[in-house]
Design a protein around this ligand. Structure first.
Ligand code: ADP
Length: 492
């Protein structure tokens, strides 16, 4: 059987108090009587009454005020007020405060019981609703907490087991996270590093260069990172909106090794092919001298010679590229770029004429001399100007400009040819790459710009292209006035 509700009576000693006490007990309620404010507080602390019936005046205080204060502490406890004279203002205030009701003389037994029962019933309803809400909210919070904990554990596991190195920085470059792979690669103590400035924690020069360079406007940067034990990483520094930066690095040692083996192989094969080709050219020239040839035979021999010339120049390009990549381009002397350009244009005059092109040159006066390898610079100009001629439409125009700016000499070669599709532009400096809009009938191996880029970078310069499809292309080459050769490994 459920325990009967406890009704707490806070009324001054009077016949009303004993009447109420008697009536409520008679209908199986438990009652407790508070004689003063102090004992009222004590009872409320020690027991859990189902309803509080308080006099309009109690222990010299206003009952309504006491009820309001208690409501703060016991928001679900129903209150009834006993008043001798139920004045309209008092009743209004009572309902405004959310009290359950009031009792006033003449008191009838069933009215007392009714008022108490109604108060209790409402309180039970509110109590049930509250309990249900609390249970529901608690269950949903528990579920959410479990989910976010599971999610966090899963992300942490992924982050810690990722093979690539990952470090997250806040916008002030303080380390927020660093995975074990990153800590291993750079000898970082993960726990100690959190919250520290990345530049205090990382001392690897390649990575420092990447981070400091990335603080410029470029939102995405990468850099090769060489380790003393021969490993090579490809590190990226990426700005993440709302977080800061992500520093990631993949191990590309095996790719570098494959590239090295491939280059070595091509170099060896090219080298070994050169001698037999020289013999083939020599003998093909002797054929004519060995005896008279008919017209057909002459043509075949001439075709053989053309093809061998083609293969020979390809092989020469490959060998050239190999030696530049190996860091063998170390010759340096003072060179005037405009002088080299003159030689290039002279040499290409035949092609310019046969396509009826107009070449405009705009050479600034008093250009500084460059510390450079003149043979290699000639190769650069031959290739870039040669391309402008090769890819220009007949009767087209080519602009070549040279000027200097802050210890740099800048060359621009612009044509009005077919242009280069945007998707091809990042690759045209790769070996053997030819843009997709160029017909395979156009002669070329795709090696010229790879050689040019290597030479330019070996002179600590930069090359890039700006091109619009069907409008034309502009190649820019910036060379520092004085620069020492760059060791092969350090180029990026
Ligand atoms: P190729 O021997 O094919 O000319 P390059 O390495 O010199 O090789 O150039 C690579 C590719 O870049 C070319 O195949 C061509 O698609 C593109 N390219 C280079 N220069 C120009 C240019 N001036 N106009 C249009 N496309 C060009």
């Amino acid at each position: 059987m459920p325990k009967p509700d406890l009704i707490l009576l806070a009324l001054d000693e009077s016949s009303i108090l004993s009447l109420m006490d008697r009536v409520l007990r008679a209908v199986k309620y438990e009652t407790a009587t508070a004689r003063d404010v102090q004992s009222l507080g004590k009872i409320l602390k020690e027991s859990t009454p189902g309803l509080l019936l308080i006099g309009e005046r109690f222990d010299g205080h206003e009952g309504l005020k006491i009820a309001v204060e208690l409501q703060e502490r016991f928001p679900t406890l129903p209150f009834l007020l006993y008043t001798e004279k139920p004045k309209i203002d008092l009743i209004k205030g009572l309902f405004r405060l959310g009290l359950s009701g009031y009792l006033s003389p003449p008191l009838k037994t069933d009215e007392i019981v009714d008022a108490v029962e109604t108060g209790l019933r409402n309180a039970h309803r509110v109590g049930d609703w509250l309990r249900r809400e609390v249970n529901r909210t608690t269950a949903s919070l528990q579920k959410r907490a479990q989910l976010s904990e599971a999610e966090r554990t899963r992300l942490e596991t992924v982050f810690n087991n990722i093979h690539d190195s990952v470090m997250i920085l806040n916008p002030e470059n303080l380390i927020i996270l660093a995975n074990p792979s990153m800590c291993r690669a750079f000898g970082i103590n993960g726990a100690m590093a959190i919250g520290k400035p990345v530049l205090d924690v990382i001392s690897h020069p390649d990575l420092l260069t990447l981070i400091t360079r990335a603080q410029t406007n470029d939102p995405y940067q990468y850099h090769e990172v060489s380790f003393p034990d021969g490993r090579v990483g490809n590190a990226q520094f990426t700005a993440i909106h709302g977080v800061g930066y992500a520093l990631t690095m993949q191990d590309i040692t095996y790719l570098k090794e494959v590239d090295r083996i491939r280059t070595e192989f091509v170099h060896t094969v090219s080298h070994d092919l050169r001698s037999p080709l020289t013999s083939v050219i020599g003998y093909s020239e002797l054929v004519e001298r060995a005896g008279p040839l008919n017209e057909n035979q002459k043509e075949f021999v001439s075709r053989i010679q053309d093809s061998i010339q083609h293969i020979t120049s390809l092989i020469n390009d490959l060998l050239d590229l190999g030696s530049i990549e190996a860091g063998m381009d170390t010759r340096r002397e003072f060179v005037q770029l405009e002088g080299i350009l003159r030689y290039t244009i002279d040499m290409l005059q035949g092609q310019i004429k046969s396509k009826q092109l107009i070449v405009h040159t705009d050479i600034a006066s008093a250009l500084p001399a460059l510390r450079a390898n003149p043979i290699r610079l000639r190769q650069v100009l031959d290739n870039v100007v040669g391309n402008a001629i090769k890819y220009s439409y007949p009767n087209g125009e080519i602009q070549i400009a040279i000027h200097s700016e802050e210890n740099q000499v800048i060359l621009q070669v612009a044509d009005h040819g077919p242009g280069i599709p945007i998707s091809d532009q990042p690759h045209i400096f790769d070996k053997f790459y030819r843009a997709t809009n160029i017909s395979s009938d156009v002669e070329g191996s795709g090696l010229g710009l790879a050689i040019v880029k290597n030479i330019v970078e070996n002179h600590q310069g930069r090359i890039w292209v700006e091109s619009t499809l069907d409008r034309g292309s502009s190649f820019f080459i910036v060379l520092p006035v004085s620069a020492e050769p760059v060791p092969a490994k350090k180029r990026y």
